[in-house]
Design a protein around this ligand. Structure first.
Ligand SMILES: NC(=O)c1ccc[n+]([C@@H]2O[C@H](COP(=O)([O-])OP(=O)(O)OC[C@H]3O[C@@H](n4cnc5c(N)ncnc54)[C@H](O)[C@@H]3O)[C@@H](O)[C@H]2O)c1
Length: 320
């Protein structure tokens, strides 16, 4: 039987992915971990342990004592936070991944999932429909660490046959938790402001297009990639995947049918330069071909789903 370890389970992605893994494999099969003890309260439906991924010995002993066969390594410092603490971001994003890859090699872990990001692209990458193998010149420490991480994953696969699989997620938008310090966080925050009946001041300009993805699609893509037969995985760095592309003005428009009095203003800050260095949209034809990737949500469908579900997770009045 597979035994799955989720590292960084308390974050925006981990909160939803861990639940999806438990739904699929049962609560005995999943161990959620995070270095923050406070994350424990999110996991009343499966076991939780604290684990700091910088502590390789602790990881090794957990993998052994729990007979772990599959690892989802999600702990990272994201783009905007990374620019505030570049050395710390590099440290966590690199040492954390290398600890996981080393342990996977040593203990013959069956499969690893590690997320990369559209932040691997930079100002001189193709902007529209950015291809899988586009030129990459990331200029954030987050992007640099993700690109280096992709190369490490490929290296461990080629050299040691570690079956590590990865997706370059676009900005992720979900309703079960708040966003964790990225450049696309505005697209999560805006729904909360609408429900709080406050005006929203957006930290990106109104026409900044970015690749985005609804969390339900991101979870589906992750499970699909991890289920794909080994021989179908032609990319061992990280797969481009695409969900939707929109600008702040468009997500705002998508909310107006539900919140006609909602107002937005724009005050771009340091995150604008990060957003400007990233693609507007992504070409994911390789993921489509290799493991049949296809997103289910566009902007209108996502907004309808979030407006319906957000009040179930936060203390907001439902919209009829
Ligand atoms: N959210 C997005 O839009 C997005 C987009 C692209 C890629 N990703 C990637 O997906 C992954 C998860 O992102 P997220 O949005 O859930 O991030 P998040 O910041 O919400 O969550 C990260 C989690 O890792 C934990 N963590 C931090 N340091 C740790 C350590 N030393 N040991 C153990 N746990 C630690 C944090 O407590 C947190 O719960 C990251 O690798 C991120 O780069 C996210």
């Amino acid at each position: 039987m597979s035994k799955i370890l989720v590292i960084g389970a308390g974050g925006q992605l981990g909160t939803e992915l861990t639940k999806a893994l438990v739904n699929k494999y049962g609560n005995e099969a999943v161990l959620a971990t995070d270095f923050q003890e406070a994350a424990r309260s999110k996991f009343d439906y499966c076991r939780f342990e604290t684990l700091n991924i910088m502590d390789k010995e602790a990881l090794a002993s957990l993998v052994q004592s729990e007979n772990i066969t599959i690892i989802y390594h999600l702990a990272a410092i994201l783009s905007a936070m990374g620019e505030k603490n570049p050395v710390q971001a590099w440290d966590l994003n690199m040492t954390g991944l290398l600890n996981v890859l080393e342990i996977a090699k040593e203990f013959s872990i069956e499969k690893i999932f590690w997320p990369s990001s559209i932040a691997v692209f930079g100002p001189n990458s193709d902007k529209e429909k950015t291809p899988q193998k586009a030129f990459k010149d990331p200029n954030t420490v987050y992007g640099i660490s993700k690109l280096a991480g992709e190369h490490w994953c490929e290296y461990y696969f080629n050299k040691y046959r570690v079956d590590v699989r990865s997706i370059r997620y676009p900005g992720l938008i979900g309703y079960k938790s708040l966003a964790g310090g990225g450049t696309t966080d505005y697209a999560v925050d805006i729904y909360h402001k609408a429900f709080e009946q406050e005006n929203y001041e957006c930290f990106l300009s109104e026409n900044t297009y970015l690749p985005m993805m609804y969390m339900k699609d991101a979870i589906q893509a992750t499970l699909q990639l991890m289920d794909a037969p080994k021989e179908k995985i032609s990319v061992r760095s990280s797969y481009n995947i695409s969900g939707m592309s929109f600008a702040p003005a468009e997500i705002y428009q998508s909310l107006l049918p539900y919140f006609p009095n909602f107002k937005i203003s724009y005050a771009p800050d340091f995150r604008q330069a990060i957003a400007d260095s990233w693609p507007n949209s992504i070409d994911d034809s390789v993921a489509q071909q290799d493991w049949n990737w296809k997103p289910a949500f566009d902007l209108a469908k996502m907004t309808a789903d979030i407006v319906e579900n957000l009040p179930l997770y936060f203390n907001y009045k439902a919209i009829k």
